[in-house]
Design a protein around this ligand. Structure first.
Ligand code: KIV
Length: 261
């Protein structure tokens, strides 16, 4: 998959994307059919235990992008522009873009549209593909007063719709729609030429994205309405580790065959 394939997929077939933060999972995902890997700033929460994505810094993002690029050299990798990295002027923004691209990303993702249209256009004109991200943009969680569905009220839906037109016009090659009503996601998907990739945005978007650890069931307590679990990773890992522990304690690991002569 390259950036042009996103456009070809629009109206032809849906696009799949999962998050990926490290070398070992990138090696697995490299051998799957998944279209695209997102080194999302959700890694601040999933990998580093913070309670929001606000804590992801550009150095941390670049470190994770580098690991993923090594593990999945043939996948299309999107690196997330972290909290405020696009809000301090052109030079710091472009420095951050450079860090992610030189770490091995094929594109960057920018949250929000308000006040950023020209900036997005500048990044695109610099030869760097930009994925937009609208709706529940987690970097604004403090402004939203929590992780809440966005665009439920008519006025909010119109603002979101206008933002979607805005990011498409600015040159984004795709846009993530996070936690918006399905009817609004459908309206946006029909109105813009670039693919929409939904998470908690219903079935009518041009693609879907999930956080890898969530779809693998790594955290049994995390159960948002939109999440479908494709595995019980928590049980898989804890059962395997408990078996190893038991067999070590019982002295039945390692066997002769697992020992050097
Ligand atoms: O950081 C992330 O994982 C994301 C996805 C939820 C789209 O932005």
């Amino acid at each position: 998959m390259n950036v042009l394939d996103f456009q070809t997929c629009k109206g032809t077939r849906k696009i799949s994307m999962v998050t990926c933060y490290d070398y070992w999972s990138a090696q697995i995902l490299e051998k799957t059919d998944i279209d695209c890997l997102l080194v999302g700033d959700s890694l601040a929460m999933v990998m580093h235990g913070y309670d929001s994505t606000v804590f992801a810094e550009i150095e941390l993002m670049a470190l994770h992008v580098r690991a993923v690029a090594k593990g999945a050299p043939d996948k299309f990798i999107v690196g997330d522009m972290p909290f405020l990295s696009t809000r301090k002027g052109l030079q710091p923004t472009m420095d951050a873009v450079q860090m992610l691209m030189q770490a091995g990303a094929n594109a960057v993702k920018v949250e929000g549209e308000a006040g950023q249209r020209e900036l997005i256009a500048h990044i695109v004109e610099s030869g760097v593909p930009v994925m937009g991200h609208l709706g529940l943009t987690p970097q604004s969680v403090n402004g939203f007063g929590g992780h809440k569905v966005q665009g439920r009220k008519d006025a909010d839906a119109e603002v979101l719709f206008a933002s979607a037109l805005g990011v498409a016009e600015a040159g984004c090659f795709a846009v993530v729609l996070e936690c918006v009503p399905a009817s609004l996601a459908r309206r946006i998907s029909q109105a813009i030429d670039i693919p929409t990739i939904g998470i908690g945005a219903g079935p009518h978007t041009d693609g879907q994205v999930l956080v890898l650890h969530d779809m693998l069931g790594m955290n049994p307590e995390f159960k948002p309405k939109f999440l479908r679990r494709y595995g019980d990773g928590f049980s898989l890992v804890s059962n395997a580790v408990n078996r190893f522990h038991a067999e070590t304690v019982q002295g039945c690991f390692p066997s002769q065959a697992e020992s050097y002569g």
